[in-house]
Design a protein around this ligand. Structure first.
Ligand code: ATP
Ligand code: MG
Length: 346
């Protein structure tokens, strides 16, 4: 069988540059490489509702925001199937069956879920749906027989959990599901891009994001307020690169040609880093350079978004067609799963 991609995002906000370097940029490259037989990109509204149950309007509105971000980054509906999770009810049925193959203590050990529970102050009031979302994610991945899941580092425990479910299912009921693999960014800085505050990862829920659709002035302001090295007070002081958000972003976005265009004094990032570490280079100069680099990357995305925004019904049409295709594929897998479990009675 060929190579199949399944990945997606929660419609809890517009997409940010963390999504872009962690997964989105890669998806577009893979889509255009022609190496994959099928690419499914899911807007995970049902998953978003697991911790936004009281705010369906937020989820609803962000479906269109995420779809606009997808298309403006270059996902192409003629090559990739874009769909809405809740429009594929087969995924829920798969989840029900997979739940029998996972223990509560196994879910409790999932480090990403653990830290997300902390971040949301859920403590004793964790919605059951939120607690079990890794199982629902296993349904999303396996329903499309995905071989490859391009995602950021936070998704490693999810894909691991899916792999365990696949293994368990296939050994109990016979070979039915495809074993997926995570495809992490090849650049360390992109695995888990920090927020502009330098804390935790950039995350819609933390308000520390540069959004793909931010206006140039907003992007500039955010970069200027970015966390750097708190001990780098005077220009002549030596600066630290590790944990310095501006340099992490440069690691994620900067190419040698950016130096040619915006800062020919340096040949590459290593030279710039060495100067910063020696001392004699101020944060503002580095931030201005990062601003040039990021604006260059974001400008075409912003422009395409403005064009696409003019015809929202066309966006819904793309999602409707994609969801219909996704339903067909998931229904086939569900049929096979029921066969394997011997519960297709009639
Ligand atoms: P939420 O706060 O609602 O969970 P989020 O910002 O964490 O939103 P998700 O929709 O959970 O975004 O993540 C979608 C994809 O983007 C995943 O593949 C995830 O690994 C990747 N991703 C999200 N944030 C980052 C980041 N800061 N760096 C790298 N990858 C990221
Ligand atoms: Mg998340």
């Amino acid at each position: 069988m060929g190579k199949i991609i399944l990945t997606g995002d929660r419609p809890t906000g517009r997409l940010h540059v963390g999504h872009y370097v962690g997964s989105l940029r890669r998806r577009v490259e893979l889509q255009n490489s022609g190496e994959y037989d099928k690419i499914y990109i899911m807007i995970a509204d049902a998953q978003a509702l697991t911790d936004n149950a009281d705010n369906p309007e937020k989820v609803r509105q962000n479906i269109i925001e995420v779809a606009l971000d997808y298309l403006s980054c270059g996902l192409d509906p003629s090559k990739s199937t874009l769909f809405i999770q809740s429009q594929v009810p087969q995924l829920c049925e798969l989840t029900t069956y997979y739940m029998n193959l996972v223990t509560v203590s196994r879910l409790q050990r999932n480090p990403t879920v653990k830290s997300e529970i902390q971040m949301r102050n859920f403590e004793a009031s964790i919605p059951v749906g939120f607690f079990t979302y890794p199982i629902s994610q296993a349904s999303d991945i396996t329903a499309f027989q995905a071989t490859t899941v391009p995602a950021g580092e936070d998704q490693m425990p999810m894909v691991e959990q899916t792999r365990e479910i696949v293994h368990k299912f296939n050994s109990v009921y016979g070979e039915t599901l495809t074993m997926p693999q995570i495809l992490l960014p090849d650049n360390q800085a992109c695995m888990r891009l920090p927020g502009i505050d330098g804390k935790a990862k950039m995350s819609k829920s933390l308000g520390n994001c540069i959004y793909l659709s931010d206006e140039p002035e907003e992007v500039r302001k955010k970069i200027m307020s970015m966390y750097t090295d708190p001990d780098h007070i005077r220009v002549q002081d030596p600066g630290k690169i590790e944990g310095n958000t501006v340099f992490t972003y440069l690691d994620a976005f900067c190419k040698p040609e950016h130096f040619e265009r915006y800062w020919p004094e340096y040949a590459n990032l290593d030279e710039l880093k060495a100067h910063y570490q020696r001392g004699g280079l101020g944060d503002v100069k580095v931030k201005k350079f990062l601003n040039n680099v990021l604006q260059e990357e974001l400008e075409p995305i912003r422009q395409r978004r403005k064009e696409l925004q003019k015809d929202i019904p066309a966006i819904y049409e793309i999602l409707k067609e994609g969801s219909a295709k996704a339903r067909e594929v998931a229904a086939q897998t569900l049929h096979d799963v029921r066969d394997a479990m011997k519960i297709n009675y009639f």
